[in-house]
Design a protein around this ligand. Structure first.
Ligand SMILES: *Cc1c(COP(=O)(O)O)cnc(C)c1O
Length: 334
């Protein structure tokens, strides 16, 4: 017997939308002529890579920070993410006047450290691994009473990401299918909870990369399992879902219509397509939905919306990809 699915109600997501309304952008939707031609149905791109901090992670982080008590706000927040969640959390905390410490290992590249610092967070470099950075976070929580804001498996984070789904339904009235990138499943769970509550007939398809797709492996295993992290162009989709996952595994399992995997070559082709055909600079993780359409792995009988979830890509890497160079990151350490 499956455990009951944790409920993030539509009311909770609507409340989140009010909470973050003046703190995040309502990102535009653009009709893609090239993809609409190819699929024979309207294909709408949700330009969430143009969100402040370059990804939707700002939505969840802003909602989670807003939900803190005054005492918690005074003690501050902590996180371990070196990527889009770290940027989003740093920005959200600064906007709310809350102190934010992001812990990272010595192995994190300077560019990522600078990206987080630029959003106003204090960066603490500890140890030689993500695990050691996590130990410092645990200490800051237990000894200093700071609140850890996780990247996906958290009620207020999921509700915040779900506001993207509400927005999309307002912007595009007729939809048959929505494509959502999946890593820990916070974005997917929030968007699917919102959309299935209001328009249960809409198909919601998750997209991950072939290399290290944690949620896909967990759904297959029927429970959260450890998955080896591999280097990929979709670097924001790396990492596990947590063996003690509380929300996103059950929600994704209950709400997903299909979960599709795309290859490195397909991701590179999507980044190129988005640049040359749509004039958009989108990171690998944000391009996986377009990769699934271009490759023919997803087809549709009605209007499609694709969430372009983020734009934080190394511009040298982007330049090489759009110039047609064969960019292989698979030999790098994830
Ligand atoms: C975090 C992230 C995702 C995946 O979100 P989850 O909630 O972990 O599934 C997708 N795209 C980008 C750009 C991200 O930063």
């Amino acid at each position: 017997m499956n455990a009951p699915v944790p409920e993030i109600s539509i009311a909770t997501i609507e409340q989140a939308r009010k909470t973050i309304a003046n703190k995040v952008l309502q990102t535009p939707v653009q009709l893609s002529a090239s993809l609409s031609d190819q699929l024979g149905v309207p294909v709408h791109l949700k330009l969430e890579h143009t969100q402040i901090t370059g990804s939707f992670k700002l939505r969840g982080a802003t909602n989670a920070v807003a939900a803190l008590s005054n005492a918690e706000k005074q003690r501050g927040v902590v996180g371990v993410s070196t990527g889009n969640h770290g940027r989003g959390l740093a920005y959200a905390a600064r906007a709310a006047g809350v102190r934010c410490i992001i812990c990272m290992s010595r192995l994190v590249p300077q560019a990522k450290i600078d990206g987080i610092k630029a959003q106003g967070a204090e960066v603490r470099i500890v140890g030689n691994s993500q695990d050691e950075a996590q130990l410092e976070v645990d200490r800051l929580v237990s000894e200093d009473g700071r609140t850890m804001i996780p990247p996906f498996d958290h009620r207020h984070v999921i509700a915040g990401q779900g506001t993207l789904g509400l927005e999309l339904l307002d912007q595009v009235q007729e939809l048959e299918t929505i494509l959502v990138p999946v890593s820990g499943g916070g974005l997917f769970s929030g968007v699917a909870a919102a959309v299935k509550a209001l328009k249960p007939e809409v198909r919601i398809i998750g997209i991950s990369m072939e290399r290290g797709a944690a949620m896909h492996a967990c759904l297959k295993a029927g429970k959260p399992v450890l998955v080896e992290e591999l280097a990929t162009l979709a670097d924001s989709l790396g990492g596990g879902i947590g063996l003690d996952n509380q929300y996103t595994f059950a929600m994704t399992r209950a709400l997903v219509d299909d979960l599709i995997l795309v290859s490195e070559a397909e991701i590179a082709a999507a980044i190129r397509h988005l640049y040359w055909q749509e004039r958009q600079i989108v990171e690998g993780s944000g391009s996986v939905g377009v990769a699934a359409l271009l490759s023919g792995k997803v087809t549709a009988d009605g209007p499609v919306a694709v969430v372009l979830s983020g734009g934080n890509i190394d511009m040298n890497q982007h330049h090489r990809i759009i110039s047609g160079e064969d960019v292989d990151v698979t030999q790098e350490v994830a």
